[in-house]
Design a binder for this molecule. Structure first.
Ligand code: ATP
Length: 267
């Protein structure tokens, strides 16, 4: 069954500097070269507000470089990168982009191992504020409620007082996603969230992604190699190859695409 996100209609790129109506993320003609090698080659991609999108592609296709461009880690040589239709991300640095509400999760979990699960989420909530506000921060009941709601959402309600370092790999990944949720991100970029997870953790992560997408308040971009997980998400899939979009559509559509089959079998 296809996800509701398929119903979202967003205009195609209308040309350089003309963002699609209603897009949360708009990439058009984005190129990045490393010593003459084009890691991204005129990449165009549009994401609707509230959309869940899966990105797949063989090693070296440009998935990480695309995330680096969106988060300001890498500057494109050319092309448009717009957030919320009008904010030019190529003019901002990484912290300014993070402050806009664009959160990124790398493949390996990075939680504060010596702190409890609850304290990790508390810290993420504080990190959203200025230094003075952080010093003055008191754990008000509304904050506690938010942390509790996030704990329930990421399936760690019964692990609140447990040291984060003692969690399983999958639970650490969920905690880190919870930390992003504490910061009210509008766009979440997740790099291979189920790598190294057990089958049941992978299934639970798919449910978590679908639950997060259901809100309609944030968009999610999930880079993933695990096709069972991609299938479970039921979202629109973008296939990257040699730095540009090779195909886009439902998993069934792209798996039936001769170009996609050739790229994967030719690896
Ligand atoms: N800093 C860099 N300097 C030189 N080449 C780079 C750099 N970063 C990426 N590349 C090259 O750009 C291409 C795209 O890399 P990228 O990491 O974006 O691909 P990917 O799709 O994320 O691959 P994977 O699935 O292996 O993570 C690769 O050929 C890579 O070697």
């Amino acid at each position: 069954m296809l996800d509701d996100s398929f119903e979202v209609q967003v205009d195609e790129p209308a040309g350089p500097g003309v963002p699609a109506a209603g897009s949360i993320l708009y990439l058009d003609g984005v190129s990045v070269s490393f010593d003459g090698f084009k890691a991204l080659n005129s990449l165009s991609l549009i994401l609707a507000p509230g959309e869940l999108r899966t990105i797949v592609g063989p090693n070296g296709a440009g998935k990480t470089t695309m995330m680096d461009v969106i988060t300001g880690k890498t500057r494109p040589d050319e092309g448009d990168v717009l957030f919320d239709q009008k904010i030019d991300l190529t003019q901002l640095d990484e912290s300014e982009i993070a402050n806009l509400g664009i959160g990124r999760k790398f493949q390996k979990p990075t939680v504060f191992e010596h702190l409890s699960v609850f304290e990790n989420l508390e810290l993420a909530l504080k990190a959203d504020r200025g230094t003075f506000a952080t010093l003055m921060f008191l754990l008000k009941s509304e904050h506690r409620d938010r942390i509790d709601a996030t704990l329930a959402r990421i399936g760690l309600a019964d692990k609140a007082v447990q040291r984060a370092g003692s969690l399983s790999h999958g639970q650490k990944q969920w905690l880190e996603i919870g930390m992003l949720l504490m910061q009210d991100q509008r766009l979440l970029l997740l790099d291979e969230p189920v790598a190294g997870m057990t089958d049941s953790e992978t299934e639970a992560t798919a449910q978590l992604m679908l639950d997060l997408a259901k809100d309609g308040t944030r968009s999610l971009v999930v880079v993933e190699h695990d096709m069972e997980f991609v299938r479970a998400l039921g979202a629109k899939v973008t296939v990257l190859h040699e730095g540009s979009v090779l195909a886009e559509g439902s998993l069934e559509t792209i798996q039936a695409d001769a170009k996609v089959v050739e790229v994967y079998l030719g690896r």
